[in-house]
Design a protein around this ligand. Structure first.
Ligand code: F6P
Length: 369
């Protein structure tokens, strides 16, 4: 029987949980018991470095090229315990208006005889997947990003591991801050969504949490810091999202250029806040951006399990022929939603329900008493 070929890629920023998703796609698609039930034999073609692996020429012999590889159960057996992505990733945008290679991608998908394509990624990767679906490609998406900003899903792979990193690093910085009586500002990633800073700050017990969804006043920050000192705090941890900014100021960026999807490189707000606290209160203040540490390390148990469930569900969609969908986690259940309902949108923190704008911190009433 001719095998039905599924392509799989991981695009955008790396994070924990990607390898688990790939492993469980492979194990589910190639499961010999399920093969008999379905009456379909699948083979899985790994596409390296995100969409980059689909813009490069299709070789005569797949085994001899660097950007494509067959995946089998033996190869992926141990992948779930490793961080990052063993398939590699890139921020290649085939629909980049300055360098549109979408036609090449469509031609390559055809010559590779891909019956379906699984795209594991964040808003950019899923945005491309949505466009490919409109062009008639059988696409299935899996949500991943430490930013947790994809709509229609309560979870995106990589988020919990990143929260664990933030909490562990905050604990380490706390020993210095406590010993030396220092205010410590920790800058998290997260782009224009505050989930990482908010839930990282809540996990770490930060004294102040600043998020992009609420433009803060530096005077209020300093007032709270002074209050904390008067209340006997020897040190304070302040968590600030890279996309947060004081009211009236624009977002802090590191460089002028944007990536192939038009995203600015954010960063620098942590330093600014630290400088302003020291100036406004006279207290010794230091800052550190956690940067790529948040995307690194071994996946926590939750990311391994969610990668597993998302990977299995992605194959279920393919078996059903239910394309143009992204698997998701909603109200405690694994489900799926149309990619077009997700692409180009960002899920932000609702400051009216999830944030205390008076204390600049997480909410203190959960049941709305
Ligand atoms: O989207 C994930 C993320 O880590 C953001 O939190 C961060 O702003 C961005 O990627 C960094 O982008 P890059 O990997 O291109 O430096």
């Amino acid at each position: 029987m001719k095998k039905t070929r599924i392509g799989i890629l991981t695009g955008g920023g790396d994070c924990a949980g990607l390898n688990s998703a790939v492993k469980w796609v492979v194990k589910t698609a190639l499961d010999s018991r399920l093969e008999k039930e379905r009456g379909i034999e699948y083979e899985i073609l790994g596409i390296r470095d995100g969409y980059q692996g689909l813009v490069l020429p299709v070789p005569e012999i797949i085994e001899e090229c660097q950007h494509l590889c067959y995946l089998d159960e033996e190869l992926v057996r141990t992948w779930d315990r490793h961080g990052g992505t063993s398939l590699g990733s890139s921020r290649t945008n085939p629909y980049d208006p300055k360098n549109d290679r979408s036609k090449t991608v469509l031609e390559n998908i055809e010559s590779l005889e891909l019956n379906a394509l699984i795209a594991i990624g964040g808003d950019d990767t899923l945005g491309v997947a949505g466009k490919l679906a409109e062009e008639g490609i059988n696409v299935v998406g899996i949500p991943k990003t430490i930013d947790k900003d994809i709509p229609e899903t309560d979870y995106t792979l990589g988020f919990e591991t990143a929260l664990n990193v933030i909490t562990e690093e905050a604990d380490k910085l706390r020993t210095y801050a406590g010993s030396h009586k220092v205010v410590f500002v920790i800058e998290t990633m997260g782009r224009h969504a505050g989930w990482l800073a908010l839930e990282g700050g809540e996990s770490a017990g930060a004294f102040i949490i600043l998020i992009p969804e609420y433009d803060f006043s530096m005077d209020r920050v300093n007032e709270l810091v002074i209050e904390g000192v008067k209340a006997g705090n020897r040190y304070n941890i302040i968590m600030v999202a890279e996309g947060a900014s004081p009211s009236g100021q624009s977002t802090f960026t590191q460089e002028k250029e944007v990536d192939a999807f038009g995203n600015a490189y954010l960063g620098g707000i942590g330093n600014y806040v630290a400088h302003e606290i020291e100036k406004g209160t006279g207290l010794t203040t230091r800052s550190m951006a956690l940067g790529y540490l948040q995307r690194g390390g071994q996946p926590c148990a939750y990311d391994r399990r969610m990668g597993r469930y998302f990977g299995i569900a992605a194959v279920d969609l393919i078996v059903r022929g239910d394309f143009g969908k992204m698997v998701c986690y909603k109200n405690g259940k694994i489900d799926s939603v149309p990619i077009k309902d997700v692409a180009g949108k960002t899920k932000l923190v609702d400051v009216t329900t999830d944030y205390d704008s008076e204390r600049l911190n997480g909410r203190r009433s959960i049941l709305n008493i």
